[in-house]
Ligand binder design. Sequence first.
Ligand SMILES: [Zn+2]
Length: 216
Amino acid sequence: MSDILRVLWTIVPRRVAPEPWLNCKRCRDSRPFRSSGKIRVNANGKRLDAWLIYKCTSCDSTWKRPILERRHVRTIDPHVLMSLHANDPEVAHRLPLDVGSLRCKVGLAEQSDDVVVRKEVRSESLTPARRLEILCAVPEGTGLRTDRLLAVGLGLSRSRIRSLQEAGHLAVFPEASRKRHSIVRNGMRVTIELSKIDDRDEIVMAAKGGSPAARY
Ligand SMILES: [Zn+2]
């Protein structure tokens, strides 16, 4: 029987809409703007413009983020057209998350490294596990550093992670992920030899679930 506890950590960015920093005319300064969730559509003959309305977080001045510009109605998917006209909350909610296109429009958008880590036990040993294996799934890129993930995810300090690594109790694969400032990659694997660690029970608990509200 295996005495390895295998867990899968899926790391996904916390879904926070990026707030573009724009020059606010009323504040006369650069301010973060937040999506109001409202879509405005203007039809001019067969051409159509649509914007998502953002508001200055200080003074409520508006900024119209272009979604469609002078588009011929026949070239627009009828479902998209309908949801734009209906101010479909689903569309209005999804658009502000679209960082890529926002960057193109304004050149500057905040993207948080804040992530959520979902932890699942893949296989558990009946006897106390001697080794812990953490497989990391990163379906979308994040800026999260490996040492930070391990420290928060296991409830340990970063210096403790380092000392476990130096003592050979903790190993990260592939080797490139062992570098000090490396970013968590999809498929990264971490093994911890539990038999030589005093606080193994706490580490095991944290690896399997821990505090779901932890901030990475
Ligand atoms: Zn303002």
